[in-house]
Design a binder for this molecule. Structure first.
Ligand code: CUA
Length: 352
């Protein structure tokens, strides 16, 4: 009978609340401990990273108890208020609202949200603060490569597919996309922003640790999304200046000796991505699977075809492969000498 059931439940009311609170506290403590113990992010390589990681920890502290509270109430209700034999035709006890409860469950989440939003806003203002002596770098995303432009070099901007940054110098990235939406992300710096065709997005970081860190595209942008990766090299200011000077005069850098085309093929040149990363070529010993096997695709082809395959890769795409996967920026990132050396080399060795 419904009357008897209600009385039984009323009698147990105090015990389950205590049970839920105790289990909730234990589960929250375990959840928070696990959440904080897991190394979610790579090593911190920017001055912004620590503030952001701290915000993340605070979110763990807050969200784990919320998740536990909801789960415990759901599990408790499933166990205690389920239909028992003989209750098939019965409705639950009529409830017409409980003002006190409703105020509590509206007010608490509202307060939590306002506090967290305010904190996040303070963090965002803090990490986005402008610095004197800020360096501008343009980041261009296209299917499926990143190009970094250094306009402060004077005259024609230096372009590179690898990102070089001097340690401790504040940088502001101006991010653009040429085709679809990409997302410029260096996990070690923590910051990340969409590259959207038609608009310019921006963010600031100050690299604080020497080393090499991955650049990732964090927005699904097509078949080559997974290979749209590059490297950030945080180097000393002196090394950076040397690198930039080398980039400004690529012809001079290679003028002394002949271009080693095989090495260019396997390693790239610091700005152009290595061909061997995506292509198989017996002579160079590379095993890339992303693009066509060049011993097959280029066998017996003339220099004109090979050059077009490098500078305008979508003009003719090998069967079984999709257009748009290979970066279209090789005419920018290879010097004329390097391009010709590569064409000559491929003509000599492909398919032999
Ligand atoms: Cu570009 Cu994903």
């Amino acid at each position: 009978m419904p009357g008897r059931m209600n009385r039984e439940r009323a009698r147990d009311e105090k015990t389950p609340v205590l049970w839920m609170v105790v289990h909730g506290l234990i589960a929250s403590a375990i959840g928070i401990a696990v959440g904080l113990a897991i190394q979610w992010f790579p090593e911190q390589a920017s001055t912004q990273a620590d503030t952001i990681d701290h915000l993340y920890d605070v979110l763990i502290w807050t969200s784990v108890p919320v998740f536990v509270t909801v789960s415990i109430i759901v599990l408790f209700s499933v166990r205690n208020f389920k239909m028992r034999p003989g209750e098939e035709q019965l409705d639950g006890p009529p409830i017409h609202g409980n003002t006190r409860l409703e105020v509590i469950w509206t007010a608490i989440p509202a307060i939590v949200l306002v506090v967290l939003c305010s904190y996040a806003w303070v963090v965002l203002t803090d990490i986005e603060e402008a610095h004197a002596n800020e360096m501008r770098i343009n980041v261009v995303g296209q299917q499926f490569a990143w190009t970094f432009e250094y306009p402060q070099a004077g005259g024609k901007p230096v372009k590179s597919t690898q990102l070089y940054l001097p340690k401790d110098r504040p940088v502001r990235f101006y991010v653009k996309a040429l085709d679809v939406i990409h997302d410029f992300w260096v996990p070690a710096f923590r910051m990340k922003i969409d590259a959207v065709p038609g608009i310019e997005t921006k963010y600031r970081i100050t690299p604080s640790r020497l080393g090499t860190y991955p650049v990732v595209c964090a927005e699904l942008c097509g078949l080559g999304h997974a290979v749209m990766r590059s490297q950030t090299h945080v180097v000393s200011p002196t090394q950076f200046n040397t690198w930039l000077a080398d980039q400004k005069a690529p012809a001079a850098a290679t003028a002394g000796g002949k271009v080693d085309a095989k090495q260019l093929f396997t390693d790239g040149n610091g700005t152009a991505t290595a061909c061997g990363a995506c292509h198989k070529l017996a002579d160079a010993g590379t095993q890339g699977q992303t693009g066509p096997d060049l011993d097959k695709a280029l066998a017996g082809k003339d220099a004109k075809f090979i050059e077009q395959s490098i500078t305008a890769p979508d003009a003719e795409v090998a069967s079984g492969f999709q257009p748009g996967i290979m970066p279209k920026n090789y005419s920018d990132t290879l010097s004329q000498e390097e391009l010709q050396a590569l064409v000559k080399y491929l003509g000599e060795v492909a398919g032999k």
